[in-house]
Write a protein that binds this ligand. Structure first.
Ligand code: HBI
Ligand code: FE
Length: 285
């Protein structure tokens, strides 16, 4: 269907990884945890160890507390076991998926507090960089923050917003919001800027780059500015947006976006490296 055609053009290989033949109508599959090889668990451990060395003093406290509690350093986690703890904490469940799923399906899951987690793990040669989300990106990057009640609430609202955006032809704007927060967001802390974006937290090089390199912009989160700003999918970000706290993310994205989408459709998108006159640019520590 058009989903596979659209994603096939997006992904380099011209086809989707993952086995979609057993997926149900919500693209959910069995995780088949027993099917992972010792080599795959070893690769997970090496990915985990790489990130565990990088995140102290850089990831936000919510992430650091949650990843410790999750206790998944020894191998690829069993999603159902995590769901038991997660459901008690914030009412979210993990659902195993073969890989990228159609936008509508993705939003439908989020709107019902189900987070889709890819079942396959990258190959050895993708240790440093991978195009599509794999189980390490989805689980290590995204799952820890789902234990935070405010963030969990926001992500469900984001899912509901996605279903509305599809009807309003606002998906491109909403994807930028997702990109610059859930995937590449920074957050203020008393000790300085910290990371909450999954795309950064699951990557080897961007953890250091996003906080320390003088090159990229780091500007305060402002919804319309984020939704106007283009992003890079195959290099480090040229701009990071900084929230004060998760309450701000929830509050600022709570209103209906219909009028904002109409306003944005009448404006030019901004290049990823834009810094507008008067905009505050956080200095690197
Ligand atoms: N599917 N499994 C999966 N994971 C994602 O993060 C994902 C997706 N489908 C669509 C999508 N993300 C993005 O296009 C959203 O912004 C809609
Ligand atoms: Fe992601």
């Amino acid at each position: 269907d058009d989903f596979f055609a659209s994603v096939a053009t997006k992904s380099d290989s011209g086809a989707l990884r993952g086995d979609y033949t057993h997926a149900d109508k919500n693209y959910v599959v069995a995780q088949n945890w027993a099917g992972y090889t010792p080599e795959q668990h070893a690769l997970w451990r090496r990915l985990y160890e790489r990130q565990a060395k990088l995140i102290p003093g850089r990831a936000c406290d919510v992430f650091l507390d949650s990843i410790k509690t999750l206790d998944v350093s020894q191998g690829i986690p069993q999603f159902d076991r995590t769901t038991e703890a997660l459901y008690k904490a914030t009412g979210w469940q993990l659902v195993a998926v073969p890989g990228l799923v159609p936008d509508h399906t993705f939003f439908e899951h989020l709107a019902n507090r189900r987070f889709p987690v890819t079942v396959w793990l990258r190959e050895e040669h993708e240790f440093d960089y991978i195009v599509e989300p794999d189980v390490f990106h989805d689980f290590f990057g995204h799952v820890p923050l789902l234990f935070n009640p405010i963030f969990a609430e926001h992500l469900q609202e984001y899912g509901k917003g996605g279903l509305k955006a599809l009807k309003l032809d606002g998906l491109a704007f909403l994807a930028r919001l997702y990109w610059y927060t859930i995937e590449f967001g920074l957050i203020q802390s008393p000790e300085g800027l910290r990371i909450y974006g999954a795309g950064i937290l699951s990557s080897g090089g961007e953890v250091e780059y996003c906080l320390r390199n003088p090159e990229p912009n780091r500007i305060p989160f402002q919804l319309d500015r984020v939704m106007r700003t283009l992003y890079k999918i195959d290099s480090y970000q040229e701009t990071y947006f900084v929230i004060r706290d998760f309450q701000q993310l929830f509050d600022d994205t709570a209103p209906d976006f219909t009028a904002l989408y109409e306003q944005l459709k009448a404006q030019d998108a901004l290049p990823a490296n834009t810094l507008l006159p008067g905009e505050k640019n956080f200095l690197v520590a």
